[in-house]
Design a protein around this ligand. Structure first.
Ligand code: SF4
Length: 187
């Protein structure tokens, strides 16, 4: 568990330590200044799990969404659900970030960017995304082999190992575990 991350470090941290599912959502949010509900939940709870405080989360989402819908509409339509995720609205449940199992079994529709790229991307898009992470052709082939056999978390584990140049014996079972294991390697 990491105490806190701040907005100014978030792009660099996303690049170095987010698993592919979260990198994809993060990049789409930066690009489109918008994410549909499933993506907001998956990324929002993950960011909470990595230590983004509520005030920073509101500022982070607002900076993007206001470019698209304006800050008034953000305050009216989107801020509530972010506070809700942090247990500050409604039943005040402190929602937990999604596990790989939950993400892999989700069913993203057209225009959605949530889900697990190993499970939900086309082969072409997955190869391109892995290429952007800078892993070798050999490692890409090993990952694709796991994907073909529907071992999505093993594919993610191999990606982790290729990116960090170290073994990950426990395997990946949660995006926040990927993140904390990555930070341990990098620090
Ligand atoms: Fe994300 Fe888990 Fe899929 Fe990796 S295996 S991309 S952490 S959902």
């Amino acid at each position: 568990e990491f105490a806190e991350i701040s907005i100014k470090d978030i792009d660099q941290i996303a690049k170095s330590s987010f698993p592919l599912c979260m990198r994809h959502l993060f990049e789409k949010l930066r690009e489109d200044h918008h994410l549909k509900h499933g993506g907001r939940m998956q990324l929002g709870l993950f960011l909470k799990g990595v230590g983004l405080k509520l005030e920073d989360a509101l500022a982070f989402w607002k900076a993007e969404f206001s470019q698209r819908v304006g800050s008034e509409r953000f305050d009216k339509e989107y801020a509530y659900s972010i506070r809700h995720n942090y247990g500050r609205e409604g039943k005040r449940t402190d929602y937990t970030p999604y596990s790989c199992q939950k993400i892999i079994t989700s069913a993203p529709g057209v225009g959605d960017h949530h889900g697990c790229p190993y499970r939900h991307f086309s082969e072409e898009n997955l190869r391109a995304a892995l290429g952007k992470m800078g892993i070798s052709n050999r490692a890409v082939e090993d990952v694709m082999d796991k994907v073909r056999n529907r071992h999505y978390q093993l594919a993610c584990t191999l990606t982790f190992e290729a990116v960090h140049g170290t073994s990950c014996d426990a395997g990946i079972n949660h995006p926040n575990q990927y993140f904390s294991d990555s930070q341990k390697v990098l620090q």
